[in-house]
Write a protein that binds this ligand. Sequence first.
Ligand SMILES: Nc1ncnc2c1ncn2[C@@H]1O[C@H](COP(=O)(O)OP(=O)(O)O)[C@@H](O)[C@H]1O
Ligand SMILES: [Mg+2]
Length: 270
Amino acid sequence: MKSPKHLTGTATTSAAQPAALISSLNVSFGAAHVLKDVSMEIPSQSVVGLVGESGSGKSTLGKTLVGINTPSSGQILIHGEDFTRMHGRRRQELRREVQYIPQDPYSSLSPRRTTGQTLAEALDPVGANPLERQEEISEALLSVKLDPSAADKYPHEFSGGQRQRIAIARALMLKPRLIIADEITSALDVSVQAEIIRLLQGMRETVDSSMLFISHNLAVVQQLCDHVVVMYRGEIVEHGPIGEVYNDPAHHYTRKLLSSVPGAPGFNLD
Ligand SMILES: Nc1ncnc2c1ncn2[C@@H]1O[C@H](COP(=O)(O)OP(=O)(O)O)[C@@H](O)[C@H]1O
Ligand SMILES: [Mg+2]
């Protein structure tokens, strides 16, 4: 395993700080030790892919970064600020700065709210009024290539891909500095997946945030990410720039994952 070289920085806030710096993070659920001494960095303005088979702990890591899970030990610095030791108002603010987009847009959007209400609520959890927020809502919908008229419709009136665009718009509305996208294309058809990937690729130029892109699909990660982190049974077994890891995987598990990626070393036609 290549060791992280970035864990000596001091905790001051500046633009050059990584979006997230995770050191020696451990997460357990009862007796199950799910994340084991995880250290990694999400550089500022980058898209980092997190890959690994189902059950390896990817979602657990993503949810720990937004405060849904509590680590038993370790540190999470978000732009230099220690999220694991933060309380009160600043913690609430930081929770808006790091947005989690779940895999399933069916369960994450309320069936009884119009898109406009859902988006207004993201901005004002108390006292949301879509009429007062019309301009921002239209802008958010256009940013994910949906017509502003989508604001008046309910989730069941959209396709799966459109719903996932709404979930992306909702996360982007808060102008987060870090987005955790957890298998957001996995539930979609291959052609719709490609559409979402193109959308995210286009956003890289205009949106000023970093992203942790969680996927079990290395081919998708290759299209979107600068860096990749490979997780296996709760541990990071490999990380580095995407080209290096794909061309010269150090860990046997990474080689196994790559065997299903067309064009990668060891690609297996069977
Ligand atoms: N809230 C939870 N309570 C108990 N066990 C959990 C919880 N969340 C995840 N796990 C367990 O942690 C392991 C990793 O799960 P997960 O992070 O969802 O993996 P992945 O996203 O890579 O598929 C699994 O064994 C899962 O059952
Ligand atoms: Mg998961």
